[in-house]
Design a binder for this molecule. Structure first.
Ligand code: ADP
Length: 306
Protein backbone atom coordinates (compact mmCIF):
# COMPACT_ATOMS: atom_id res chain seq x y z
CA UNK A 1 0.00 0.00 0.00
CA UNK A 2 3.00 2.32 0.15
CA UNK A 3 5.47 4.00 -2.14
CA UNK A 4 9.05 4.60 -1.05
CA UNK A 5 10.21 7.63 -2.99
CA UNK A 6 13.96 8.32 -3.14
CA UNK A 7 15.05 11.51 -4.84
CA UNK A 8 15.75 15.18 -5.16
CA UNK A 9 14.08 18.00 -3.25
CA UNK A 10 14.60 21.35 -4.97
CA UNK A 11 13.45 24.90 -4.90
CA UNK A 12 13.01 26.73 -8.24
CA UNK A 13 13.75 30.48 -8.18
CA UNK A 14 12.10 31.88 -11.30
CA UNK A 15 12.34 35.38 -12.77
CA UNK A 16 10.75 36.58 -16.00
CA UNK A 17 12.89 39.00 -18.01
CA UNK A 18 12.44 40.78 -21.35
CA UNK A 19 15.75 39.55 -22.78
CA UNK A 20 18.51 37.61 -21.05
CA UNK A 21 21.41 39.58 -19.60
CA UNK A 22 24.68 39.58 -21.55
CA UNK A 23 27.90 38.81 -19.60
CA UNK A 24 28.62 41.76 -17.26
CA UNK A 25 25.18 43.35 -17.82
CA UNK A 26 22.58 43.98 -15.09
CA UNK A 27 18.92 43.94 -16.08
CA UNK A 28 15.60 44.32 -14.27
CA UNK A 29 13.35 41.26 -13.98
CA UNK A 30 9.55 41.55 -14.31
CA UNK A 31 8.84 39.40 -11.26
CA UNK A 32 10.16 36.64 -9.05
CA UNK A 33 8.55 33.42 -7.81
CA UNK A 34 9.67 30.53 -5.64
CA UNK A 35 8.36 27.05 -6.50
CA UNK A 36 9.11 23.71 -4.83
CA UNK A 37 10.37 21.22 -7.44
CA UNK A 38 12.95 18.57 -8.28
CA UNK A 39 11.94 15.27 -9.85
CA UNK A 40 11.90 13.50 -6.47
CA UNK A 41 9.53 16.00 -4.88
CA UNK A 42 7.34 16.27 -8.00
CA UNK A 43 6.92 12.49 -8.17
CA UNK A 44 6.26 12.26 -4.42
CA UNK A 45 3.50 14.89 -4.71
CA UNK A 46 2.14 13.17 -7.85
CA UNK A 47 2.02 9.79 -6.05
CA UNK A 48 0.37 11.30 -2.95
CA UNK A 49 -2.27 13.22 -4.93
CA UNK A 50 -2.99 10.06 -6.93
CA UNK A 51 -3.99 8.42 -3.64
CA UNK A 52 -0.73 6.83 -2.48
CA UNK A 53 0.84 6.59 0.97
CA UNK A 54 4.24 8.09 0.26
CA UNK A 55 7.42 7.92 2.32
CA UNK A 56 10.13 10.26 1.09
CA UNK A 57 13.87 9.72 1.40
CA UNK A 58 15.98 12.73 0.47
CA UNK A 59 18.16 15.46 1.92
CA UNK A 60 17.32 19.09 2.67
CA UNK A 61 19.57 21.97 3.72
CA UNK A 62 19.51 24.36 6.66
CA UNK A 63 18.14 27.29 4.59
CA UNK A 64 14.66 28.82 4.63
CA UNK A 65 13.83 27.27 1.22
CA UNK A 66 14.14 23.82 2.80
CA UNK A 67 11.29 24.81 5.12
CA UNK A 68 9.08 25.65 2.11
CA UNK A 69 9.66 22.11 0.83
CA UNK A 70 8.94 20.63 4.27
CA UNK A 71 5.66 22.49 4.51
CA UNK A 72 4.57 21.31 1.03
CA UNK A 73 5.32 17.68 2.00
CA UNK A 74 3.32 18.20 5.21
CA UNK A 75 0.32 19.58 3.35
CA UNK A 76 0.45 16.66 0.86
CA UNK A 77 0.60 14.07 3.69
CA UNK A 78 4.00 12.80 2.58
CA UNK A 79 5.87 11.00 5.37
CA UNK A 80 9.10 12.97 5.81
CA UNK A 81 10.48 11.11 8.85
CA UNK A 82 13.38 9.89 6.70
CA UNK A 83 14.20 13.23 5.04
CA UNK A 84 17.51 14.26 6.58
CA UNK A 85 19.08 17.68 6.84
CA UNK A 86 22.64 18.96 6.24
CA UNK A 87 24.23 22.37 6.75
CA UNK A 88 23.89 24.57 3.62
CA UNK A 89 21.39 25.09 0.81
CA UNK A 90 18.83 22.62 -0.50
CA UNK A 91 18.83 21.73 -4.20
CA UNK A 92 18.25 25.04 -6.00
CA UNK A 93 17.43 25.92 -9.60
CA UNK A 94 17.88 29.53 -10.73
CA UNK A 95 15.65 30.02 -13.76
CA UNK A 96 15.38 33.00 -16.13
CA UNK A 97 12.56 33.00 -18.66
CA UNK A 98 12.60 35.61 -21.44
CA UNK A 99 9.67 37.14 -23.34
CA UNK A 100 9.90 34.49 -26.07
CA UNK A 101 9.60 31.70 -23.49
CA UNK A 102 13.26 30.62 -23.78
CA UNK A 103 14.87 29.76 -20.47
CA UNK A 104 18.32 29.60 -18.92
CA UNK A 105 18.74 27.44 -15.84
CA UNK A 106 21.49 26.93 -13.26
CA UNK A 107 20.95 23.88 -11.03
CA UNK A 108 22.83 23.59 -7.75
CA UNK A 109 22.54 20.03 -6.37
CA UNK A 110 23.07 21.38 -2.82
CA UNK A 111 21.86 18.98 -0.12
CA UNK A 112 20.71 16.41 -2.74
CA UNK A 113 24.29 15.35 -3.35
CA UNK A 114 24.56 14.26 0.31
CA UNK A 115 22.07 11.40 -0.13
CA UNK A 116 23.68 8.23 1.24
CA UNK A 117 22.61 4.62 0.71
CA UNK A 118 23.07 4.14 4.47
CA UNK A 119 20.18 6.55 5.09
CA UNK A 120 17.83 3.89 3.68
CA UNK A 121 18.14 1.64 6.73
CA UNK A 122 16.09 -1.41 7.65
CA UNK A 123 13.96 0.99 9.72
CA UNK A 124 12.93 2.72 6.47
CA UNK A 125 12.13 -0.57 4.71
CA UNK A 126 10.22 -1.86 7.74
CA UNK A 127 8.06 1.28 7.85
CA UNK A 128 6.63 0.50 4.39
CA UNK A 129 3.51 -1.64 4.32
CA UNK A 130 2.64 -4.43 1.86
CA UNK A 131 2.86 -4.03 -1.97
CA UNK A 132 6.13 -2.25 -1.53
CA UNK A 133 7.13 -0.06 -4.45
CA UNK A 134 10.40 1.89 -4.73
CA UNK A 135 10.50 4.82 -7.17
CA UNK A 136 13.62 6.90 -7.87
CA UNK A 137 15.09 9.21 -10.52
CA UNK A 138 18.70 10.23 -11.32
CA UNK A 139 18.99 13.66 -9.65
CA UNK A 140 20.69 11.96 -6.66
CA UNK A 141 24.18 10.33 -6.55
CA UNK A 142 23.97 7.31 -8.88
CA UNK A 143 26.34 5.04 -6.88
CA UNK A 144 24.19 5.52 -3.78
CA UNK A 145 20.99 4.85 -5.74
CA UNK A 146 22.53 1.64 -7.08
CA UNK A 147 23.11 0.39 -3.52
CA UNK A 148 19.61 1.46 -2.43
CA UNK A 149 18.11 -0.53 -5.33
CA UNK A 150 20.19 -3.57 -4.36
CA UNK A 151 18.98 -3.38 -0.77
CA UNK A 152 15.36 -2.78 -1.81
CA UNK A 153 15.37 -5.80 -4.15
CA UNK A 154 16.65 -7.99 -1.30
CA UNK A 155 13.79 -6.63 0.86
CA UNK A 156 11.30 -7.72 -1.81
CA UNK A 157 10.43 -4.29 -3.23
CA UNK A 158 9.27 -3.81 -6.83
CA UNK A 159 11.83 -1.27 -8.07
CA UNK A 160 11.08 1.48 -10.58
CA UNK A 161 13.65 3.88 -12.03
CA UNK A 162 12.80 6.97 -14.06
CA UNK A 163 16.29 7.55 -15.58
CA UNK A 164 16.01 11.35 -15.68
CA UNK A 165 18.16 13.27 -16.33
CA UNK A 166 19.54 10.68 -18.72
CA UNK A 167 22.80 9.03 -17.66
CA UNK A 168 24.61 5.78 -18.36
CA UNK A 169 23.88 3.04 -15.80
CA UNK A 170 26.16 0.21 -14.71
CA UNK A 171 25.15 -3.38 -15.49
CA UNK A 172 24.91 -3.99 -11.74
CA UNK A 173 22.39 -1.15 -11.37
CA UNK A 174 20.37 -2.15 -14.45
CA UNK A 175 19.92 -5.67 -13.08
CA UNK A 176 18.25 -4.29 -9.93
CA UNK A 177 15.51 -2.48 -11.92
CA UNK A 178 12.13 -4.21 -12.24
CA UNK A 179 10.62 -1.42 -14.35
CA UNK A 180 12.52 1.31 -16.19
CA UNK A 181 10.49 4.35 -17.33
CA UNK A 182 12.54 6.49 -19.74
CA UNK A 183 11.09 9.10 -22.08
CA UNK A 184 12.18 8.80 -25.71
CA UNK A 185 15.33 10.92 -25.23
CA UNK A 186 16.40 9.00 -22.15
CA UNK A 187 15.80 5.70 -23.98
CA UNK A 188 18.11 6.95 -26.74
CA UNK A 189 20.88 7.90 -24.27
CA UNK A 190 20.66 4.50 -22.60
CA UNK A 191 20.68 2.47 -25.83
CA UNK A 192 22.21 4.65 -28.56
CA UNK A 193 19.05 4.00 -30.62
CA UNK A 194 17.28 7.23 -31.72
CA UNK A 195 13.66 6.77 -30.59
CA UNK A 196 11.40 8.52 -33.10
CA UNK A 197 8.27 6.37 -32.99
CA UNK A 198 6.88 2.99 -32.05
CA UNK A 199 9.23 0.74 -34.11
CA UNK A 200 12.41 2.38 -32.75
CA UNK A 201 10.92 2.40 -29.22
CA UNK A 202 10.37 -1.38 -29.50
CA UNK A 203 13.99 -1.79 -30.61
CA UNK A 204 15.28 0.35 -27.71
CA UNK A 205 13.01 -1.47 -25.24
CA UNK A 206 14.31 -4.87 -26.38
CA UNK A 207 17.90 -3.68 -26.00
CA UNK A 208 17.18 -2.52 -22.43
CA UNK A 209 15.64 -5.92 -21.64
CA UNK A 210 18.80 -7.59 -22.96
CA UNK A 211 20.86 -5.39 -20.63
CA UNK A 212 18.96 -6.90 -17.68
CA UNK A 213 15.99 -4.62 -16.86
CA UNK A 214 12.81 -6.50 -15.84
CA UNK A 215 10.45 -4.46 -18.05
CA UNK A 216 10.60 -1.15 -19.94
CA UNK A 217 7.92 1.49 -20.29
CA UNK A 218 8.96 4.20 -22.78
CA UNK A 219 6.87 7.37 -22.60
CA UNK A 220 6.30 9.12 -25.94
CA UNK A 221 4.59 12.38 -24.92
CA UNK A 222 1.32 12.91 -26.77
CA UNK A 223 1.95 9.60 -28.58
CA UNK A 224 1.32 7.66 -25.36
CA UNK A 225 3.68 4.98 -24.11
CA UNK A 226 5.05 1.58 -25.00
CA UNK A 227 5.47 -1.34 -22.59
CA UNK A 228 8.16 -3.84 -23.58
CA UNK A 229 8.48 -7.09 -21.60
CA UNK A 230 9.87 -10.56 -22.31
CA UNK A 231 6.30 -11.52 -23.31
CA UNK A 232 6.12 -8.88 -26.06
CA UNK A 233 5.12 -5.24 -26.34
CA UNK A 234 1.98 -3.18 -26.03
CA UNK A 235 1.26 0.43 -27.01
CA UNK A 236 -1.02 2.54 -24.78
CA UNK A 237 -2.45 5.69 -26.46
CA UNK A 238 -2.50 9.03 -24.64
CA UNK A 239 -5.65 10.82 -23.44
CA UNK A 240 -6.87 13.75 -25.50
CA UNK A 241 -6.42 17.04 -23.67
CA UNK A 242 -5.51 20.64 -24.55
CA UNK A 243 -1.94 21.04 -23.30
CA UNK A 244 -0.70 24.43 -22.07
CA UNK A 245 2.58 23.37 -20.40
CA UNK A 246 4.10 19.88 -20.59
CA UNK A 247 6.38 20.41 -17.55
CA UNK A 248 6.12 17.49 -15.10
CA UNK A 249 4.02 15.22 -17.38
CA UNK A 250 6.59 12.48 -16.86
CA UNK A 251 6.66 13.11 -13.09
CA UNK A 252 2.85 12.90 -12.89
CA UNK A 253 2.97 9.67 -14.92
CA UNK A 254 5.66 7.99 -12.77
CA UNK A 255 4.12 9.03 -9.44
CA UNK A 256 0.62 7.89 -10.42
CA UNK A 257 1.95 4.60 -11.81
CA UNK A 258 3.78 3.84 -8.55
CA UNK A 259 0.65 4.62 -6.54
CA UNK A 260 -1.57 2.44 -8.71
CA UNK A 261 0.87 -0.52 -8.42
CA UNK A 262 1.11 0.02 -4.65
CA UNK A 263 -2.69 -0.15 -4.50
CA UNK A 264 -2.49 -3.64 -5.99
CA UNK A 265 -3.36 -2.92 -9.63
CA UNK A 266 -1.60 -4.75 -12.48
CA UNK A 267 0.66 -2.86 -14.90
CA UNK A 268 -2.08 -3.12 -17.55
CA UNK A 269 -4.48 -1.22 -15.25
CA UNK A 270 -1.85 1.11 -13.79
CA UNK A 271 -0.62 2.40 -17.17
CA UNK A 272 -3.90 4.05 -18.29
CA UNK A 273 -4.22 5.60 -14.80
CA UNK A 274 -0.67 7.00 -15.13
CA UNK A 275 -1.35 8.18 -18.69
CA UNK A 276 -4.41 10.11 -17.51
CA UNK A 277 -2.27 11.75 -14.79
CA UNK A 278 0.43 12.66 -17.35
CA UNK A 279 -2.15 14.15 -19.70
CA UNK A 280 -3.78 16.21 -16.94
CA UNK A 281 -0.39 17.62 -15.86
CA UNK A 282 -0.07 19.22 -19.32
CA UNK A 283 -3.32 21.16 -18.90
CA UNK A 284 -1.99 23.52 -16.17
CA UNK A 285 1.20 25.55 -15.90
CA UNK A 286 4.02 24.80 -13.47
CA UNK A 287 5.24 21.56 -11.91
CA UNK A 288 3.62 20.79 -8.54
CA UNK A 289 0.55 23.01 -9.18
CA UNK A 290 -0.25 20.93 -12.29
CA UNK A 291 -0.15 17.49 -10.63
CA UNK A 292 -3.66 15.99 -10.60
CA UNK A 293 -5.66 14.44 -7.75
CA UNK A 294 -7.10 10.92 -7.82
CA UNK A 295 -10.56 12.42 -8.41
CA UNK A 296 -9.36 14.33 -11.50
CA UNK A 297 -7.57 11.23 -12.83
CA UNK A 298 -10.65 9.03 -12.28
CA UNK A 299 -12.86 11.56 -14.05
CA UNK A 300 -10.64 11.62 -17.14
CA UNK A 301 -10.33 7.82 -17.09
CA UNK A 302 -14.08 7.36 -17.02
CA UNK A 303 -14.75 10.04 -19.65
CA UNK A 304 -12.24 8.71 -22.21
CA UNK A 305 -10.78 5.34 -22.98
CA UNK A 306 -6.98 5.86 -23.09
P1 ADP B 1 8.57 13.54 -19.90
O1 ADP B 1 7.81 14.67 -19.28
O2 ADP B 1 9.37 12.73 -18.91
O3 ADP B 1 9.34 13.90 -21.13
P2 ADP B 1 6.45 12.49 -21.63
O4 ADP B 1 6.42 13.81 -22.30
O5 ADP B 1 6.76 11.29 -22.46
O6 ADP B 1 7.44 12.47 -20.36
O7 ADP B 1 5.00 12.31 -20.92
C1 ADP B 1 4.69 11.25 -20.04
C2 ADP B 1 3.30 10.75 -20.31
O8 ADP B 1 2.35 11.83 -20.10
C3 ADP B 1 3.05 10.29 -21.75
O9 ADP B 1 3.38 8.91 -21.91
C4 ADP B 1 1.55 10.55 -21.92
O10 ADP B 1 0.80 9.48 -21.35
C5 ADP B 1 1.34 11.80 -21.07
N1 ADP B 1 1.43 13.02 -21.93
C6 ADP B 1 2.52 13.80 -22.13
N2 ADP B 1 2.25 14.80 -23.02
C7 ADP B 1 0.96 14.65 -23.38
C8 ADP B 1 0.06 15.34 -24.27
N3 ADP B 1 0.46 16.41 -24.99
N4 ADP B 1 -1.23 14.89 -24.38
C9 ADP B 1 -1.65 13.80 -23.69
N5 ADP B 1 -0.86 13.11 -22.83
C10 ADP B 1 0.44 13.50 -22.68
Amino acid sequence: MSVLLVGSLNIDLVSRVETMAKPGETIMGHDFHTFPGGKGLNQAVAAARAGGEVTMVGVLGSDSNSQIIRSLMRSENINQSFVSEVEGVCGTAIIEVDASGQNRIIVIAGANKELKATSVSSEVFDSIAEKRILLAQLESPIEELEQIFEKAKKEGFFTILNPAPAAKLSKRFVEQIDLLIPNQFEAETLTGIPVTGEPSAIEAGKKLLELGVGAVLITLGENGCLLVTSQGNHHYPSFKVSPVDTTAAGDAFCGALATSLSNGFSLEKAIPFASAAGALATTKTGATPSLPTVEEISLLLSSQKG
